[in-house]
Design a protein around this ligand. Sequence first.
Ligand SMILES: Cc1ncc(COP(=O)(O)O)c(C=O)c1O
Length: 371
Amino acid sequence: MSETAKSRAATLAHLRGVKLAKGDPVSLPLTMTTTFHLPGNPAGVSQYGRYDNPTWEAVEDMLGHLEEAPAVAFPSGMAAIAAVFFALLKAGDRILLPSDGYYTPRLLAERFLKPFDLPFDTRPTKSFVDGGFSGYRLVFVETPSNPGLDICDLAGVARLAHEAGALVVADNTTMTPYGQRPLDLGADIVVAADTKAPNGHSDALFGHVASRDAGIIAAIREWRKLSGSIPGPFEAWLVHRGLETLEVRFDRMCTSAELIARRLTNHRAVKSVRFPGLEDDPSHNLATTQMERFGFLVGLDLGSEARAEAFIGACALIQPATSFGGVHSSAERRARWGDAVPPGFVRLSVGCEPVEALWQAIEASLDGVDG
Ligand SMILES: Cc1ncc(COP(=O)(O)O)c(C=O)c1O
């Protein structure tokens, strides 16, 4: 973790505390209300539950602190992504999406953007800059891509896309603001599913949009208010709690993932491993230039569907589940959703278990697969 990330983490824990008046609760109250006491002129105060909520605002303060940019909270990562498309594009604008990133933005574009005359193209993350960005209004990157863990050059994409007049949106879900800082690298907008590591306990969906452009943030806020795509206060309260421990969890998860990825490369049951922190990974050189950590996701190919399912099913410390970023390690075979990865490819999300116990459970399960 860089020194700036550590100092951001240290002050994060006190963002609320420094604003307290004598007698205020130190922990964040959960404000469940649709209405506010509002006699007379309604200007300048909280008015209605679709416009304002003090519990979301506390989370937005934290996310804004981490991103060093105003942040707008949403009820899921997809709600944040949809807000960017619907608030910022107009008919005729062309979009570029990764062909190998999280699949739902492509489905959204096909099903709901194309009929509104918002055409889109796709490109693999590892060759994302090839072909340039002329003709695009919005260029959307996800690096490392989920699930393949390929990388594109964020600063290079931002420079070329800006020359072509496009907005650059980076989905930073896999990295969090502690692992990678797309806005510092030139992206106009960050979107993220805080459902994953930021909440971290696999019990709330949440998302955010962050940008240093005041016009973009105003449009995103207006979209949220008018479309009603608002987070629930209880989910916001859970995410607030999750963010308080994100740095310590993310640090443990990334450190463990690196150790496990290295050991996996030496296990005879494993055909190949993808992890940007491995020196011979195709993403490694670029990763060292733009990522502060290498993340907590590891891709491993076990050669067949049966071997991959046997590994996941037999490992006592791996939860067979979709999604990632929880305190519990989890894994799934992504081909079961139709992702373009080999049938034996497993996306492993390394959690917070003590690493030697976790490795022993993984090794025992792999030994069984091999036998
Ligand atoms: C990279 C990425 N972005 C966005 C999302 C969407 O997040 P949510 O499920 O909170 O809508 C996901 C979900 O898996 C994801 O992996």
